[in-house]
Ligand binder design. Structure first.
Ligand code: ARG
Length: 435
């Protein structure tokens, strides 16, 4: 049995749409926007009633119908073309013909632009919380390892002595900027497109400012063509999430590296590691590897969001339907990746080996600087000492070797580098910005 198709058009068509074309064009992804679509429709119908475009009693009936839909366990049916038509179908089932007045002064073009903005604003809040959870895992471990010595790396070669606390917090700050970007983005998301209609608004006396305020937007659109035809803010959301995934991926890469027997910096808990079907001894960091791997797909989705826009004439084009799978994927993947990585970090045991004594080379050169030696000369002297020692630690340098290099034995007692604010201080700032 073929169910009646719920399309919101048809007057000018003599023949019905082929099953193939219907299946090809139907939007299933936007079902996820149901609650936002309903909220938008409720605000819209209240405005229609308040402005007298439809009778107050009609507006009330429609609003009550929409509220019933919001409260029920909504069932989509095969013939629903998209979330908008599904809601209208159900509304007419519930309240009858008056439901046909809901779409007055509105197009699916401003409706989808609205639903998307409502979704993205809520998602930004959610992802800020997820990032905060991951930052929390990092700050807790950083606090525990405020004094655990590690080498920093440049070019993946040991560079200077530091602490694991500082290193973990470096990731925390990157994630904290991702959170900031999500907040900043809201300034541009907070403009309601409702009232822009198909492309150039409506001749009815709509009140876009009323719907904007009812839906919590800071303002209503300024240019209707821009309101329905642009997706730059959606792509910006995609960028912010993708950059966050890239930051997670860098952290994940280090967890993978640190879990190797060669590095030996951490042991994964059984709860967040996987085994090998073939090699009985293996304990693999699959969660971190998948974060790294999924970041490749994130970059692909961001790319799609940008390319989707590049050749589009104004205003709305159906191509834009394809923004949603990309945005939803990014949203879901950042959410699950933050949670899983936070679990890995919270349950891991960190035990990095001490940095190589060679990381004190700069500290020694700076001791020469303290007694008036020009830095370039000091750099050369310590370089020579390193060459003469040929892999042995500075403490093993004989008086002759020190002499040959132009280094004094007192120069070997280095002071720790001043590496930004203290771990305790940074932990406190990150905690206060995420609480
Ligand atoms: N499903 C469409 C999208 O996601 C929204 C409605 C399409 N509008 C239209 N005029 N066909 O962009």
């Amino acid at each position: 049995m073929t169910r009646r198709r719920m399309t919101l058009w048809g007057g000018r068509f003599a023949d019905r749409l082929s099953d193939e074309a219907f299946a090809y064009t139907v939007d299933l992804a936007d079902r996820r926007l149901l609650s936002f679509d309903l909220a938008g429709s409720i605000a819209h119908v209240e405005m229609l009633g308040a402005t007298g475009i439809i009778a107050a009693a009609e507006a009330r009936t429609i609003r009550e119908g929409l509220e019933r839909i919001a409260a029920e366990d909504f069932e989509f049916v095969d013939g629903d073309e998209d979330v908008h038509s599904a809601v209208e179908r159900r509304l007419i089932e519930l309240v009858g013909e008056v439901g046909e007045k809901l779409h007055t002064g509105r197009s699916r073009n401003d409706q989808i632009a609205l639903d998307l903005r409502l979704y993205l604003r809520a998602a930004a809040v959610g992802r800020r919380n997820d990032l905060a959870e991951l930052i929390g895992a990092l700050t807790d471990q950083a606090e525990l390892h405020a004094d655990t010595a590690i080498p920093t790396y440049t070019h993946l070669q040991q560079a200077q002595p530091s602490t694991l606390g500082q290193h973990l917090l470096a990731h925390g700050w990157a994630l904290s900027r991702d959170r900031e970007r999500l907040l900043d983005l809201d300034r541009r998301l907070a403009e309601s497109p409702l009232g822009a209609g198909a492309s150039a608004g409506s001749s009815l006396s709509l009140d876009p400012a009323q719907t904007a305020a009812a839906l919590g937007f800071a303002s209503s659109f300024v240019n209707s063509l821009d309101a329905v035809g642009s997706r730059d803010v959606a792509a910006e959301f995609g960028f912010v999430l993708t950059q966050a995934m890239v930051n997670l991926s860098r952290l994940a890469e280090e967890l993978v590296l640190w879990a190797t027997s060669e590095f030996g910096w951490l042991s994964l808990s059984d709860a967040y590691a996987t085994g090998s079907s073939a090699l009985p001894h293996k304990k693999n960091p699959d969660v971190a590897e998948l974060v790294r791997g999924r970041t490749a797909s994130a970059i692909g989705h961001l790319n799609a969001l940008l390319v989707l826009q590049k050749g589009l004439p104004l205003t709305y084009n159906r191509d834009l339907q394809e923004d949603k799978p990309a945005l939803f994927w990014l949203d879901d993947t950042l959410a699950s990746s933050c949670g899983a990585l936070a679990g890995v970090i919270r349950t891991a045991t960190f035990h990095p080996p001490a940095p190589s004594p060679v990381t004190e080379a700069l500290g020694i050169a700076e001791n020469l600087v303290r007694r008036g030696v020009p830095f370039r000369t000091a750099h050369a002297a310590v370089g020579k000492l390193v060459a003469l020692l040929d892999g042995r630690p500075f403490t093993e340098a004989s008086a002759d070797v020190l002499d040959a290099a132009g280094v004094q034995s007192a120069d070997l007692v280095v002071r720790p580098p001043q590496a930004g604010r203290s771990v305790a201080d940074q932990v406190a700032s990150l905690r206060s910005s995420t609480s």
